[in-house]
Design a binder for this molecule. Structure first.
Ligand SMILES: [Zn+2]
Length: 251
């Protein structure tokens, strides 16, 4: 049964319903959307925060890890008392404290070739907040197979990247079209390379922004482009890239 806007909802979401691109119809679309967030680290936390506040009706969260002390400088959902707790447990609780109406489905596991299809099938939009390219390429491949929307984020040091793909539209390129081969450095290692907290916050927020725009059908997507942030020099740039011939995204 689809979710409707009631009196309480109107007040909760009034500041976004007032927007021309949202309105009651857009809000209803948000309430009935299903988004899966892979990874509850520096990217996954702001994504979950923005989406539950906006009213995304069903949020899936996937992470096998526990909160550690070194997570706290950037992973905005966790506090000192959450250390050693499973991230999915803390995030589910937090989401429902912010917005009790959200249905949260938690998956305490790592994404693998074997479980990825069953995980993403029931969601409309997949948001990648993982810390490694192996997972990003796996999500790319399976999102193409099931015609999903996939929003990828990557962060390291002062740098951030965002990709946004709708594989229902096969004119759009995919992650493989951008990277000729998989980057040799598989892990985006925050431990070794370091990461500034706000970079994770900005990139995660932009991923949530793209997801809401996709739900609202605003049309001004980041399609066919990568967004690159250099937070040190404070440069944002969008770089166009083409669909490669004979890529896995070819229909
Ligand atoms: Zn491709």
């Amino acid at each position: 049964m689809s979710k409707q806007i009631n009196k309480k909802n109107i007040e909760r979401y009034s500041r976004q319903i007032i927007l021309k691109n949202v309105g009651p119809i857009g809000q209803k679309r948000i309430l009935n959307s299903k988004v899966l967030i892979i990874g509850l680290g520096g990217l996954g936390c702001p994504v979950a925060d923005h989406l539950c506040r906006a009213g995304v009706g069903t949020i899936g969260i996937v992470d096998f890890d526990k909160v550690s002390l070194s997570n706290l400088h950037r992973q905005s959902f966790y506090s000192h008392k959450d250390i050693k707790k499973f991230k999915v447990d803390v995030v589910k609780k937090k989401i429902n404290l912010i917005n009790p109406k959200i249905k949260v489905k938690k998956f305490k596991k790592a994404i693998t070739e074997n479980n990825v299809s069953s995980l993403i099938k029931k969601f409309d939009i997949i948001i990648d907040g993982s810390d490694n390219f192996k997972t990003k390429f796996l999500l790319n491949k399976i999102s193409i197979k099931y015609n999903k929307t996939l929003i990828i984020g990557a962060i390291s040091k002062f740098d951030g990247h965002v990709f946004s793909f709708n594989f229902n539209n096969r004119k759009e390129p995919c992650l493989k079209c951008f990277y000729q081969s998989e980057p040799s450095d598989n892990i985006l290692n925050c431990e070794r390379e370091g990461i500034l907290g706000p970079v994770a916050g900005v990139i995660g927020s932009l991923q949530a922004n793209e997801a809401l725009k996709r739900i609202l059908l605003t049309k001004d997507y980041l399609n066919k482009k990568i967004l690159i942030l250099d937070a040190l020099k404070l440069n944002f740039k969008k770089v166009l890239f083409n669909k490669k011939r004979n890529c896995i995204c070819k229909k």
